[in-house]
Design a protein around this ligand. Structure first.
Ligand code: C2E
Ligand code: CA
Ligand code: CA
Ligand code: CA
Length: 279
């Protein structure tokens, strides 16, 4: 047993070394990527469930690594959150998304809002409000065209003034939604405290909705909760007509997913908005 324990320990140590090496390598690559501006934004349309009108475009970061190729956010966002590089990366995302949205607006296109993902570290290590004001002022995009997708971890942070910051952002006219709703923490008290506009139901609940009754129950409860609090509900990860039909029956307001569109490279958005696909 002792021997086994020691082996387990050694294995654990090796695993930690591998993880640590990966962390160091990705961190170094990220520093280079920031300097060389290797990031781009893709945008995924969000639709009104009944009219099929585009109500928003979610900005999703992509990394064009010249050595490795396209790297997905799943690989680097959590590392960037850990080492703090999400602060400069996140500032870039906000300003780039505002610039793109201003271009669409100037082209006379109706895209609803541009939705930007935010990390807790952007509030904890940095003054995200400054970034947002700067990006809006610099781009000339009116605040009402911007939406922030916040994680539950942002709302639960014991940081001085997250509440104050969010109230000010809302007063500028920025929309707020809670991303990955239901996957974070069980406390619902913050829903009363923070005046958000929308709950975004995580795709882990949406996917199983046709087969698993417990998923259906959760999605139904989230939609009822949203409506009871005068918020709207959006489902992400909608991949099939069957799922869409259930969401309609449940009264879900908006949808996003591969059934309608994958995330589009920024350069394809104008063309897409000019000729939306027939559905
Ligand atoms: P998320 O915010 O939950 O975004 C939804 C993810 O689901 C995106 O993955 C999107 O491409 C994918 N998706 C959309 N529709 C479907 C569908 O029908 N089926 C399936 N299977 N997937 C779908 P992506 O772009 O790889 O982003 C992953 C996560 O990385 C995001 O999850 C978000 O948490 C984070 N992320 C992406 N961009 C940013 C960013 O600019 N800042 C921050 N802080 N996080 C970001
Ligand atoms: Ca999101
Ligand atoms: Ca997320
Ligand atoms: Ca999600």
């Amino acid at each position: 047993a002792k021997q086994g324990g020691r082996n387990t320990y050694r294995f654990f140590n090796q695993q930690m070394n591998i993880n640590n090496q990966k962390y160091m390598k990705v961190s170094a690559d990220l520093r280079r990527a920031i300097t060389n501006q290797e990031f781009v934004l893709h945008y995924q349309p969000q639709y009104h469930i009944l009219t099929k009108k585009i109500v928003g475009l979610e900005a999703l970061i992509r990394w064009q690594d010249p050595y490795i190729g396209m790297r997905s956010p799943a690989e680097f966002i959590s590392i960037a959150e850990e080492n703090g590089l999400i602060v400069p990366i996140g500032s870039w995302v906000i300003s780039e998304a505002c610039k793109d949205a201003k271009k669409w607006l100037d082209s006379g296109l109706d895209f609803g809002r541009v939705a930007v993902n935010c990390s807790a570290a952007q509030f904890r290590l940095h003054d995200i409000e400054q970034d947002i004001i700067f990006a809006l002022t610099h781009s000339g995009l009116p605040a009402r065209y911007l939406e922030l997708e916040l994680t539950e971890s942002i709302l639960l942070q014991k940081v001085d003034d997250v509440l104050g910051t969010l109230i000010r952002l809302k007063n500028y006219g920025i929309h707020l939604s809670i991303d990955d709703f239901g996957t974070g923490y069980s406390s619902l008290a913050y829903l009363q405290q923070f005046r958000v506009d929308k709950l975004k139901i995580d795709q882990s609940f949406i996917r199983g909705i046709t087969e698993q009754l417990d998923h259906l129950a959760i999605v139904q409860a989230i939609i009822q909760l949203a409506h009871g609090m005068n918020l709207s509900a959006i489902a992400e990860g909608v991949e099939s007509e069957a799922v869409l039909e259930i969401l309609k029956d449940l009264g879900c307001d908006e949808i996003q997913g591969y059934l309608f569109s994958r995330p589009l490279p920024a350069g394809k958005v104008i063309e897409f908005l000019q000729r939306p696909p027939v559905m």
